[in-house]
Design a protein around this ligand. Structure first.
Ligand SMILES: CC(C)(COP(=O)(O)OP(=O)(O)OC[C@H]1O[C@@H](n2cnc3c(N)ncnc32)[C@H](O)[C@@H]1OP(=O)(O)O)[C@@H](O)C(=O)NCCC(=O)NCCS
Length: 171
């Protein structure tokens, strides 16, 4: 019998759950000279800006709220992106807590002349949903995870949360 893996977080709100697929987001850019260093490589700060933007899209879509970036706890530059290459960014919600949302981002470079694609960057960004009037943190819908991959990301996010909150609050 096929095992049913669909599951939802413990309800902390009355909001209906939303699947990971509902907020998955993508962005595509081409690397221009103003965004590169003297070696013709995309600046790390530009990559971080794009990561923040594509991650915010997923958090905004999941929460249907305004969101602020609370922390970026991991960003890894494995390969450079060269001038003239295409940058593809993909984001998905890994896990939500009460008012915060962890989003995972993957960045790929693409050389349109050769068709070569490379994984260049991985990042985890946490957003907090805020009420549009009070600007205070507000609860977000639970996340419904359906696939083994979504479950793995969901489980790993709990460990990362422990680390990032220990860094902020010192406990
Ligand atoms: C992020 C921020 C809203 C948290 O506010 P706060 O007063 O510490 O709020 P709370 O203690 O009530 O925590 C609210 C949520 O933030 C989470 N949080 C706080 N610090 C965090 C951190 N470093 N990393 C991840 N989540 C964090 C808390 O865990 C909580 O989430 P939960 O409800 O899911 O458990 C606040 O620090 C802030 O406004 N920071 C500036 C954000 C900003 O300007 N970003 C850049 C531009 S968008």
């Amino acid at each position: 019998m096929k095992r049913r893996i669909e599951s939802k977080q413990e309800p902390e709100t009355e909001l209906p759950g939303k699947p990971v697929s509902a907020s998955r987001s993508e962005m595509t850019e081409i690397v221009l000279p103003a965004q590169t260093n003297p070696l013709g490589k995309l600046l790390g700060g530009q990559v971080m800006h794009l990561v923040d933007m594509v991650a915010a899209l997923a958090a905004h879509r999941h929460s249907n709220s305004y969101v602020v970036t609370a922390s970026v706890d991991y960003i890894d530059f494995r390969n450079p992106v060269n001038l003239g290459e295409i940058v593809n960014l993909k984001s998905q919600v890994n896990r939500v807590f009460r008012t915060s949302i962890e989003v995972g981002v993957e960045v790929y470079s693409e050389n349109a002349l050769t068709g070569e694609r490379r994984h260049t960057t991985t990042a985890y960004v946490t957003f907090v949903a805020v009420d549009e009037h009070t600007r205070m943190p507000k609860p977000v819908p639970p996340l419904i995870v359906k696939t083994p991959e979504e479950r793995r990301r969901f489980d790993e996010a709990a460990e990362r949360r422990k680390t990032r909150l220990a860094l902020r609050y010192g406990r």
